[in-house]
Design a protein around this ligand. Structure first.
Ligand code: SIN
Length: 318
């Protein structure tokens, strides 16, 4: 696929390790995320001068601290840029820790037809061999390539879809995987090699969500995750309901199975009107099938993405 630099690409900076710095170049863990501005990240990659870019700093956060308020702001900013005729794509620099949740959120609320490319890095910008510059160049390459569309995550030469992308390693540069589906595309030497269809979200639901998410984030429905584990007693469930949880995602074992004590507590919550879904704590495979009488399955979504999805669905019901 040839590259096309005819329209502007807007790069929105939100922080993360890609913008992080450490006191010593050999230190890849003792750094502070979100220190360099997005304009500095762009300036560090000479090859980006070939593209018509605009850089806009939206936030400077370590993405472990991602908030619904920042998601609200980010979705509005991306939508605003995509609506511009002279903008062909948006790139978002982000932290790796919650990148998959932001990707799912933006996928569902934007249903973007232009590319919205999230990228990140595992090593700070001050590292001896930072991965951020190549990831940023690859993200812009994907954004500039005709035919690409939807929310895409570009890391370590792979383009991963919002449904499948998942951080699977806490340290390695190649830290992301795409479950069994595999990457949507590869970026190789400045060329995008498409492997399967670009992600597509429901535009009708996205339009309704854009209206629903205008309300103050304190009014967004609270959805929590509870984990099934050895020795689980389910006591967290009524505590979360008392805190105002309107949805609970149970991070189950195996194919979404639950400790009997947790399941009893979840069924009580469900009878009280709380929406309950079962996901899996396994790193791949999701939950397959929906046996008669079982609590509803989150399907292929990880517990973290299922939490986002249940929150969005509750927003649509409100
Ligand atoms: C973050 O998620 O902001 C910090 C970790 C990282 O980007 O790798």
């Amino acid at each position: 696929m040839p590259s096309n630099s005819s329209g502007h690409i807007v790069i929105l900076g939100t922080g993360g390790t890609i913008a992080g710095t450490a006191a010593a170049a050999a230190d890849n863990v003792g750094y502070q995320a979100g220190q360099l501005g997005v304009a500095q990240l762009v300036a560090a990659v000479p090859a980006l001068a070939a593209h018509a870019l605009e850089a806009r700093q939206l936030a400077q956060v370590d993405s472990k601290d991602m908030s619904h308020a920042l998601w609200q702001q980010l979705a509005a900013a991306v939508a605003e840029e995509l609506a511009r005729e002279d903008v062909q794509a948006v790139v978002v620099t982000h932290g790796t820790d919650t990148l998959e949740e932001t990707a799912w959120f933006l996928h569902r609320v934007l249903a973007a037809t232009k590319p919205v490319v999230l990228t990140a890095a595992m090593r700070p910008a001050s590292a001896l061999m930072p991965d951020g510059p190549q990831n940023l160049l690859d993200a812009v390459t994907v954004a500039a390539t005709p035919g690409t569309r939807g929310v895409l995550c570009v890391l370590a030469g792979r383009v991963l879809g919002p449904e499948d992308v998942r951080k699977v390693h806490g340290y390695r540069v190649d830290a992301f995987a795409a479950d069994e589906a595999g990457p949507v595309a590869l970026v190789q030497e400045g060329q995008v090699r498409a492997l399967r269809a670009w992600p597509q979200a429901d535009p009708g639901e996205a339009a309704a969500l854009q209206v629903a998410m205008q309300r103050p984030v304190a009014q967004w429905p609270r959805v929590d995750i509870v984990t099934s584990h050895a020795g689980c007693d389910g006591a967290l469930v009524p505590a979360l309901v008392a805190l105002g949880s309107r949805g609970l995602v149970a991070e189950g074992t195996g194919n979404g199975t639950l400790h009997a004590a947790l399941e009893v507590a979840l069924r009580v919550a469900q009878a009280q009107g709380v929406a309950v879904w079962r996901a899996s704590r396994c790193w791949a495979g999701g939950v397959v099938g929906q046996p008669e009488g079982a609590l509803p399955s989150a399907g292929v979504l990880t517990p973290a993405k299922a939490r986002v999805e249940l929150m969005l669905q509750l927003m649509l019901r409100a």
